[in-house]
Design a protein around this ligand. Structure first.
Ligand SMILES: [Zn+2]
Length: 478
């Protein structure tokens, strides 16, 4: 039995998060809104209309193209892709065809196993979305809200070799899109759509075999599962001596099975021609330079810099650069703290991230500012408060909006390090628990932790545990 490798390419459609649609002033995002409420004569293709290109669409697409290391073309054209479908009121889609906005490009995927997979794209173009149809009670209903919503289409080369790599591509692409603020990139809301082309071949063979196309996956989990299922089906098919047919498959998320949609037709004759109602897109060099000047450092560059500059483990750097605002939060906190960066990273990853996950907020929305975090860590460092008080302070700052120092003062959370007071609490604990004292004295020294806990409780968490332990040892030795 020969070993097989999978050859996977992804076709992605990215909904740009501009305020308005690509060729009219209708609101672009209609998620959750009643059907046919964000429409006008332009996006519904009424006779006599003229499209006007939204500059923000070009700006976001150029930003993305540059982050994908693609070559931005000084001149590109819009084309009409003619086909008849009920959700396409003009009878054609305005897209870009042979002269797209950008050519070439790639995205690197650092894989958890330690290698990096480079995924190429041939081109990147902008286009308008079509509407939606749905069947209800034997009728076909059409919602035109999505007509004219701006999309970027990117098709990858056949560079991915496993379902995990395909999932990783979408994870990294989503990260990049949100980082650049060009798309909400939410697969569940179809801001990011992904079809997969899958074929297999024996390892060592360079030719390509017939591929199938998987459509309608709307989460990264589904994408991975659908591709894996299809790879296994193709291997079974080939091992049974049967051919692979070029099907289009649909992922049924509930049943977790692939269903055949139709045999893949040869490419339809779309009769492309340059859109006569729109001028070519000229990218002005000065405009582009100004736009790209503000482009943030890219996620993978920042990840590498975090390990280099702050000496963070790759694991920390990866998590802290998962989201742009979190990475900025970290750097501001490190500067404000002025001490060991790893210590800031630990507090962020253990405690602040949990707060973010529980609240669904992003780091930039927190009332607990990076300066507050730095202050709390310093208070712990200089012994003003103990660690558990520090951790509870995080929540208190977040819920009250007050500074850590104000809360420590108002609630007198300062650590009790008055030796006389703690000594009397220790003595009290020993008097109250004669059995444990006897057990300790007869050799059960592990009870020390229990005694310390008892005294900490009496001090309502404010005693310095080191001091408590020392005093207890002293008293028990008597
Ligand atoms: Zn409109």
């Amino acid at each position: 039995m020969s070993e097989f490798e999978a050859i996977i390419g992804l076709e992605t459609h990215i909904q740009l998060n501009t305020l308005t649609k690509i060729f009219c002033a209708c609101k672009a995002d209609s998620w959750g809104e009643p059907p046919n409420t964000n429409i006008c004569p332009v996006c519904t293709g009424l006779p006599g209309i003229l499209p006007v290109l939204n500059q923000a669409v070009v700006a976001k697409a150029v930003l993305l193209a540059s982050a994908m290391h693609a070559e931005i073309q000084p001149v590109s054209y819009f084309d009409r892709k003619n086909y008849f479908y009920p959700d396409l009121p003009k009878g054609y889609q305005i897209t870009q065809y042979d002269l797209p906005l950008a050519c070439g490009g790639y995205l690197d995927l650092p894989m958890p196993e330690g290698y990096t997979r480079r995924v190429t794209i041939h081109k990147l173009h902008i286009e308008e979305d079509a509407g939606k149809t749905k069947n209800e009670d034997g009728r076909r209903l059409i919602d035109f809200n999505r007509c004219g919503v701006p999309l970027v289409e990117m098709v990858t080369g056949p560079d991915l070799r496993s379902a995990d790599e395909a999932a990783q591509f979408v994870i990294r692409l989503r990260q990049l899109l949100r980082w650049l603020d060009v798309s909400e990139a939410d697969m569940e809301h179809a801001h990011l759509r992904c079809d997969a082309n899958v074929s297999i071949r024996p390892v060592g063979v360079e030719t390509f075999n017939p591929k199938t196309e998987i459509k309608n996956v709307n989460s990264i989990v589904s994408l991975r599962e659908a591709i894996q299922t299809e790879i296994e089906r193709q291997i079974r098919q080939v091992e049974a001596g049967k051919p692979i047919e070029a099907w289009t498959l649909e992922w049924d998320e509930d049943a977790t099975v692939l269903r055949k949609m139709r045999s893949k037709e040869t490419e339809a004759d779309y009769r492309y021609f340059h859109e006569p109602d729109l001028l070519p897109v000229w990218i002005d060099e000065t405009w582009k330079a100004t736009l790209l000047q503000d482009r943030p450092e890219l996620p993978l560059e920042r990840r590498a810099r975090f390990t280099r500059q702050y000496g963070l483990p790759e694991y920390d750097a990866d998590i802290l650069t998962g989201e742009r605002s979190l990475s900025e939060y970290f750097e501001t906190a490190v500067t404000a703290y002025g001490g060991d960066s790893k210590r800031v990273s630990n507090w962020l990853m253990n405690d602040v991230l949990r707060m973010l996950n529980e609240s669904g907020l992003s780091a930039s929305d927190l009332r607990l500012r990076p300066e507050h975090l730095a202050e709390i860590i310093r208070l712990v460092d200089n012994g003003s408060i103990n660690t558990s008080t520090g951790k509870s302070l995080l929540e208190k700052v977040e819920s009250s909006g007050k500074t850590p120092a104000e809360i420590v003062e108002a609630e007198s959370l300062g650590k009790v390090s008055d030796e006389v007071a703690i000594r009397s609490l220790c003595a009290e604990a020993l008097v109250e628990n004669p059995e444990q004292v006897a057990a300790y004295k007869s050799g059960k020294v592990t009870l020390m932790g229990w005694f310390v806990g008892n005294v900490m409780k009496k001090s309502r968490g404010k005693a310095d545990p080191q001091l408590v332990k020392a005093l207890l040892e002293e008293l028990l030795a008597q």
